[in-house]
Design a protein around this ligand. Structure first.
Ligand SMILES: Cc1ncc(COP(=O)(O)O)c(C=O)c1O
Length: 473
């Protein structure tokens, strides 16, 4: 019975190309806008990103080759195992079969390594000497610090202050790999100094940390310092598709033609995209698959945010992006899933939700910790608080399958381990974790604020082929 508890793909079967959903979206995406209100140009973006990455960002090619050097580095931990959560299934008494890709297998402990290697490689080819970035949970900053060292590039990470304090070991990891990590807001940038002058106790946000990292990259007039983003943009979604492409082959190895439900948590969207986009390709071509991005009820951009043009960062250094947003100045509550505390969403994931290809779900923090603890006590591993959002959603789905008496196949990404997140678990076990649901009045105020700034509403265009289901707490 336990023979398919882990399914290994031979290394030779690791994907040789990434899948670009932008090429197949039934309704094409709206363009990002520059400061003049016109679609942003390659030249405008090249102040902070190297040209080879921008080419990918704007590409409409369906399949993009993975460079040999990137593939060789990914071989350190890829293909990742597909595992079956037999012991959770048993504890829930569900007829559902639950499979997951174990992305905690990377050196830094999460899916972030998949794009960190690729982005560091393209920057090396373009002659970049230093990369600046933000990090929420610390997973992206760790993965990029490690990848930059492999490519001979310096790495400077602005880590959201609340996570910096909750996870001191992440900074040590980054510095062991040769990166340099500071808490954001910091005194090192104009943006940081301004935020701290207004609120010395500001817990930080990904929006603030992105502004700080972009400010530092822009300040280097030699052009040798570039900025890298760990999520949100098309090229990051692209690099993560190795997850779903491998999963498709692994399911085929055990005779499963398709999953019924695909679930993964979404902060900026790349963890979700990595698993979901290859299956979205199948769905567009007729497969019946429910695809669910999962997010916190305290930071519910996809389930309750406004679909509007907005900045990706606090200070408006990024182009205006068409996405579900809670407002670029929104500071999410200090939940332990730092990687899910982002005000916006990847525009391509947002367009998938508008199209009805993806049906988002929100979950509560206590429900997630409860799920994380049940996972640890059944499956064995302690998982990241972000991943416990996915597991909470999977448990809901498995219980539904039990009620309906259906033998569904549920597939998800276990995005990271939680061995550096134990303070969160400790607080949960002591009964100190509280739930927070964003009040509607705050979302209404965001909508009014964005309109007052003259940001255009993103036009919600869809073919109407798929059901636009949203599951809220
Ligand atoms: C473990 C883990 N899972 C999921 C996420 C969310 O990832 P994304 O922003 O790619 O949606 C993060 C982000 O930091 C993370 O660290």
């Amino acid at each position: 019975m336990y023979e398919d508890a882990k399914i290994y793909l031979p290394a030779s079967e690791m994907p040789r190309q990434w899948y670009n959903l932008a090429a197949d979206l039934p309704t094409p995406m709206l363009p990002p806008l520059g400061p003049d209100g016109k679609p942003v140009t390659f030249e405008q973006m090249s102040a902070i990103f190297p040209g080879n990455i921008l080419e990918q960002e704007m590409s409409s090619k369906q399949w993009i080759d993975i460079p040999e050097e990137v593939r060789n580095h990914l071989m350190r931990w890829r293909p990742t195992p597909l595992r079956r959560a037999y012991w959770l299934e048993k504890a829930l008494g569900t007829p559902a079969k639950i499979y997951y890709k174990d992305e905690s297998a990377s050196p830094a402990g999460s899916h972030k390594g998949n794009t960190a290697i690729a982005q560091a490689y393209y920057n090396k080819v373009a002659g970049t000497k230093t990369i600046t970035t933000e990090t929420g949970a610390g997973q992206w900053g760790s993965a990029l610090s490690s990848a930059c060292t492999l490519m001979g590039i310096d790495c400077k990470v602005f880590m959201v202050k609340v996570s910096f304090e909750q996870k001191p070991f992440r900074k040590m990891l980054m510095e062991t790999w040769g990166g340099h990590c500071v808490a954001s807001p910091s005194m090192e940038t104009e943006v940081g100094r301004k935020v701290l002058a207004e609120d010395p106790n500001c817990p930080g946000s990904l929006g603030i940390a992105i502004s700080e990292a972009v400010e530092v990259a822009k300040a280097d007039k030699t052009g040798k310092t570039k900025y890298a983003l760990g999520s949100v943009l098309n090229h990051v979604m692209l690099h993560q598709t190795v997850i779903g492409l491998e999963a498709q082959k692994q399911l085929a190895m055990i005779g499963i033609k398709k999953p019924d439900v695909v679930m993964s948590c979404a902060g900026g969207g790349s963890n979700f995209a990595g698993m979901a986009f290859p299956f979205a390709h199948d769905k567009i071509n007729g497969a019946d698959i429910e695809i669910v991005p999962v997010e916190p009820a305290s930071c519910p951009s996809l389930t309750r945010g406004v679909f509007c043009y907005d900045y990706g960062d606090l200070s408006g250094f990024t182009p205006l992006l068409p996405m579900h947003t809670l407002g670029h100045d929104y500071i999410p509550s200090s939940i332990h899933a730092g990687g899910l505390r982002y005000h916006g969403m990847s525009p391509i994931v947002s367009q998938g939700v508008v199209e009805g290809l993806f049906n988002p779900m929100s979950v509560l923090q206590t429900e997630c910790f409860e799920a994380g603890v049940l996972w640890a006590r059944t499956e064995g591993w302690v998982i990241a608080p972000e991943s416990s959002h996915t597991v909470a959603a999977v448990i809901r789905e498995a219980k539904k399958a039990k009620e309906e008496g259906k033998e569904k196949t549920i597939l998800f990404t276990l995005s990271g381990h939680g061995y550096l997140d134990l303070i969160g678990y400790d607080r949960y076990l002591k009964g100190e974790i509280k739930d927070y649901i964003l009040p509607q009045a705050e979302i209404d105020a965001t909508e009014a604020r964005l309109a007052a700034k003259g940001f255009p509403k993103a036009e919600a265009r869809s073919t109407g082929k798929w059901h636009q289901g949203i599951h809220n707490v």
